[in-house]
Write a protein that binds this ligand. Structure first.
Ligand code: AP5
Ligand code: MG
Length: 192
């Protein structure tokens, strides 16, 4: 089973992914974490990504797709076992590239879990995390830019996956465990 966990910045993608990888024995591919790791190690990719991330902008599609392609090539086992994609795809171009890449491995995206959270709550969560996270994008100015970018470039994917019958809308406003329960219910109904 390959899943996409989808939602605005701060919607809980990383938090719910941790629980999902245990429950369903999946690999976790978080493009945000991957890029932050490159920044910490000072790689060429990290240097380039840093400017985009700290300005709340998306890394260009072409580069991001190349990075994903590398992961698949270096570790085809991941795709064989099943992956939860967190933070990818973020544009329709990325979604189409992902579908092509998975096709090469005889696979596809089976379900998209969309976490839907009120904007005030998103901002509250990210500001709270920003007190400790050291993330260059967890400050009010950049959070506002990230939310704008989400509405402009990423949210159209909701309709994209809805039309394919893959989108599961989840109320992401409650407690971590409560939300996880809703996700499990949606996925278990899907695979029943
Ligand atoms: P990325 O790392 O993907 O960040 P994001 O989408 O902005 O989302 P976050 O990681 O901030 O939030 P989340 O949804 O994971 O929520 P979390 O579980 O942490 O991307 C960062 C940047 O990298 C992008 O802006 C872009 O520049 C670049 N990038 C990455 N992928 C890219 C791509 N594919 N293409 C182009 N560029 C890309 O939760 C948030 C906080 O809330 C946490 O502190 C958590 O503990 C807390 N929390 C979680 N759930 C709850 C709850 N139910 N109740 C209360 N608190 C909660
Ligand atoms: Mg995250």
């Amino acid at each position: 089973m390959n899943l996409v966990i989808f939602g605005a910045p701060g919607s809980g993608k990383g938090t719910q992914s941790e629980k999902l990888i245990e429950e369903y024995n999946l690999h976790h591919i978080s493009t945000g974490e991957l890029l932050r790791d490159h920044i910490a190690r000072g790689t060429e990719l990290g240097k380039l990504a840093n400017t985009y991330i700290s300005n709340g902008l998306l890394i260009p599609d072409e580069l991001m797709i190349e990075v994903l392609d590398e992961i698949f090539k270096n570790d085809p086992e991941k795709v064989a076992k099943g992956v939860i994609f967190d933070g990818f795809p973020r544009t329709v171009a990325q979604a189409e590239a992902l579908s092509e890449m998975l096709k090469e491995y005889g696979s596809e995206i089976h379900a998209v879990v969309g976490l839907e959270v009120e904007e005030d709550e998103l901002i509250r969560r990210m500001l709270e995390r920003g007190k400790q996270s050291g993330r260059s994008d967890d400050n009010l100015e950049t959070i506002k830019k990230r939310l704008n970018v989400y509405h402009r470039q990423t949210s159209p994917l909701r309709d994209y996956y809805m039309e394919k019958g893959k989108y599961h809308s989840i109320d992401g406003n409650g407690t971590v465990d409560g939300i996880f329960g809703l996700i499990k219910k949606a996925l278990d109904e899907e695979t029943a």
